[in-house]
Design a protein around this ligand. Structure first.
Ligand SMILES: [Zn+2]
Length: 387
């Protein structure tokens, strides 16, 4: 590290910025104590952060003798990031400030966006429509379903997404089209990251995000970082086997979670038991299940059973501090989240982890995508991992 003063400066600056975020308002002396850096190092980093407008002084604190210290806090509006969820049904775009509060948001039917080039025009329009100061935008994070090549900046096999997205080199295209740095990640992974850095996981370094949209995915964050595995297939939670004698899944194996929890299989199971109009909403299924009407009640009961077993298996292996529930199916009604929480608690018992709905509602994935950008300001360990 001695041979690279620029890297060392960046490391220190991120540590100090993150400490101000978590502990502010805080004085320079307290920052020095928290980080074990020298006071000149702290002062230099603080000057840079003040110049950027990412940190501000809120005056002096009461003195306990000696010169009263100037107190510093994060200036949330000083900069921000764009987060994009490329979903199977819609694309959702948010602009968040430095503490991941949503300042502007919009969404569009995914079929109205004809691939990445159209997305770039849509983002340009979003920036202009909401009057987002482009000089304050630090980058664009994109989250997509299925397998993504995060280091290569590409969407790989987004099942159920229109053809135009397959293999899209989205990071490079955003860079060229908007002149902004971009990141990409799997949707559930991004949501887990957002929760760990800015949501209910603030003090939980290990978390699992269960994202139930058309299918069910799981994102894993370990020690504040996305766990991608060797082949970026950690999101394939829906093809974990929870019933070895179960139905044959589309993947060819038996008893995958997917056979009970994907929206297609739920739809199919209900149609087998009663007539169901095209376009009948998932809310109707929930309403019927709540009134104990079959087949809806049985179908959702199976959903809860399978998903609870799947989540419990993850908890057993990974020992997370927190399990967060999100996505359109789970957030459709508190009946859904409550039932899953009860199911997991029945298997795992109480105590050693929290399980609760996301802090960000339907924006969880988009905020998670924006967190890819914000993490690059606060996470000094990223510099060590990828110098
Ligand atoms: Zn399967």
């Amino acid at each position: 590290m001695k041979g690279n003063p620029e890297l060392l400066r960046q490391l220190n600056e991120r540590r100090i910025f993150n400490t101000i975020r978590l502990k502010g308002p805080i004085s320079r002396v307290a920052l020095q104590r928290q980080t074990n850096l020298t006071l000149p190092t702290v002062s230099r980093a603080v000057e840079t952060l003040l110049e950027h407008g990412w940190v501000r002084s809120i005056g002096v604190a009461d003195s306990s003798g000696g010169r009263p210290p100037e107190m510093l806090e994060i200036c949330a509006g000083g900069a921000g990031a764009i987060g994009v969820e490329i979903g199977r049904q819609e694309a959702r775009v948010v602009y968040v400030n430095l503490v991941a509060e949503v300042e502007a948001e919009t969404s569009i039917d995914i079929h109205e966006l004809d691939g990445p080039n159209h997305l770039i025009a849509y983002l340009q329009n979003f920036i202009e429509t909401y009057g987002v100061d482009k000089s304050r935008i630090l980058g664009v994070g994109v989250a997509a379903p299925g397998t993504v090549d995060a280091p290569g900046g590409r969407i790989l096999y987004p099942s159920d997404l229109p053809e135009a997205w397959h293999g899209a080199e989205i990071v490079q295209q955003i860079g060229n089209g908007l002149h902004l740095q971009a990141w990409i990640e799997n949707d559930a992974n991004a949501a887990a990251l957002g929760e760990t850095w800015f949501g209910k996981g603030l003090d939980k370094r290990h978390s699992i995000f269960i994202l139930a949209d058309a299918g069910v995915g799981a994102g894993v964050v370990i020690d504040g970082k996305i766990y991608s595995g060797s082949n970026s297939t950690t999101g394939e939670f829906s093809h974990t086997i929870v019933d070895i004698h179960g139905e044959t899944c589309i993947c060819g194996r038996r008893g995958c979670l997917n056979t009970a929890v994907s929206i297609y299989n739920i739809d199919r199971a209900i149609r087998a038991g009663r007539s169901r109009a095209d376009g009948e909403s998932f809310d109707t299924v929930i309403a019927n299940a709540k009134r104990q009407l079959n087949p809806d009640a049985d179908v959702l009961h199976r959903f809860f059973e399978y998903l609870s077993v799947g989540i419990s298996n993850l908890v057993q292996v990974l020992d997370p501090g927190m399990v967060i529930l999100g996505g359109r199916m789970l957030l459709a009604d508190s009946f859904m989240t409550d039932s899953v929480i009860m199911g997991v608690r029945e298997i795992c018992g109480d105590g050693h982890f929290e399980i609760l709905p996301t802090s960000f509602g339907m924006n969880a994935v988009a905020v998670g995508a924006a967190t890819l950008v914000l993490q690059s300001l606060f996470d000094h360990t990223q510099l060590v991992a990828h110098p």
